[in-house]
Design a protein around this ligand. Sequence first.
Ligand SMILES: NC(=O)c1ccc[n+]([C@@H]2O[C@H](COP(=O)([O-])OP(=O)(O)OC[C@H]3O[C@@H](n4cnc5c(N)ncnc54)[C@H](OP(=O)(O)O)[C@@H]3O)[C@@H](O)[C@H]2O)c1
Length: 350
Amino acid sequence: MQQRSRIHVAGHRGLVGSALVRHLKNEGFDNLLLRTSAELDLCNQQAVEAFYAAERPEYVILSAAKVGGIHANNTYPADFIRDNLQIEMNVIDAAYRHGAKKLLFLGSSCIYPKMAPQPIREEYLLDGALEPTNEWYAIAKIAGLKMCQAYRRQYGFDAISAMPTNMYGPNDHYDLQNSHVLPALIRKFHLARLASTGDLTAMQRDEQLFGNIPDDILHMLAIRRSDNGFTMTAGRKPAVMLWGSGSPFREFMYVDDLARACLFLLKEYSGEMALNVGVGEDVTIKQLAELIQGIVGFDGEIVWDASKPDGTPRKLLDVGRIHALGWKVQTGLENGIRLSYADYLSRSPR
Ligand SMILES: NC(=O)c1ccc[n+]([C@@H]2O[C@H](COP(=O)([O-])OP(=O)(O)OC[C@H]3O[C@@H](n4cnc5c(N)ncnc54)[C@H](OP(=O)(O)O)[C@@H]3O)[C@@H](O)[C@H]2O)c1
C-alpha cells in the first residue's frame, strides 16, 4: 500500500469507520474515498457501480452495514438481511470488477454459533445453530465472508475478512434503546452522577443529544418527568439498575485497536479464513460495571435485576491466529473506557 493509494472506507462515519479514518490519516494515507450513505447508498447497485467505475479504489474496507440490537433485529428482520446482503454484493463485486487490489470485509463475533465452545476459534463458524435473535444479520454477514472466499477462489481476488469482538470507543452510540452494553453503562452511570448532584439541566441536555431516557431508568435515578422537564423525587437516592446477575463474561476492544488490526491485515494477511480480532481476555459484566462506575464517579448503588436473562455465559474469541501473525491489542480496558468517557463528555454541550 502506498500513502497515495485510493482507499474506499465504506461506512466512514460509524464507530469502526471513523476509527479507520483516524488511523489511516495518522499513518499518512491521504487519498481516502469517503461517502456518506446519503451521498452513496451502497444498497443501490447502479450508484455503487458508477462510483467504482469513476473512482477505481485500489483498497476497500467494507465497514458499512445495517447494525442494531435485538429489538431492531426482531422488528426489522427483512431490512437487516436485505440491506446487508445488498451492500456486500454491490461493493465486493464492484471492487473486483473495477480492479481493486484488495478488500477487507468486516464480519462480527456474533455470527458464530450460539453454543460455540470457548474461546471461539475461527473454524467453529457454521458448526452449529445461530443465536435466533440476530440470525438475519448473522446470515447476511456469513454470506459476505463467503463471497470473499468465493471471489478469492474463482477470480483470485484478494478479498479477506476479519471477525471483530465487541467494540467501543469514540463516536459510539449511546441511545439507551439500541446501544451495546459498554456505552449503555457509560451513559447510565453518567446520568446517575448527574442525578446525585442534582444537575437536572445537564440531564436534559444529555437527553437532547443522546436520545430518550426511558422511564424505568428515570425512576431508578429518583427523577420524574413533568411538563417542565425533570424533577427530583424527595426521599430517594439515585441508583443504577442493570439486567441479570452480572456474571456473564464478555470481551471488549477499543475501536482504534481494530483500526490498527485492519491496516495490519491489509498489509500482512492474504487467506480464505476470516480471522478473529479481539483482546483474548474477558471480564464479567459486574467487573465492567464497577470499573465504569469508578471512572464516571458515581458513588451510589448498583441494583442487579435477577429476573432479567443473563444471555450466553461467555463469549470470548480465540486470537491465537492473529497473534501468531504479529498483531496484539494495545489499549487496556480501563484506559479505553477513560478515553471513551472523555469523548462522551466532549460531545455533551456545556
Ligand atoms: N460495533 C461493534 O461492536 C462491532 C463489532 C464487530 C463487528 N462490527 C462490524 O463493523 C462494521 C461497522 O460497525 P459500526 O459499529 O461502525 O456500525 P455503525 O456505527 O452503525 O456504522 C455503520 C455505517 O454504515 C453506513 N451504512 C449503513 N447503511 C448504508 C448504506 N445503505 N449505504 C452506505 N452506507 C451505509 C452508515 O453510514 P452513514 O453514517 O453515512 O449513514 C454508518 O456510518 C459492521 O460491519 C459491524 O458488523 C462492529
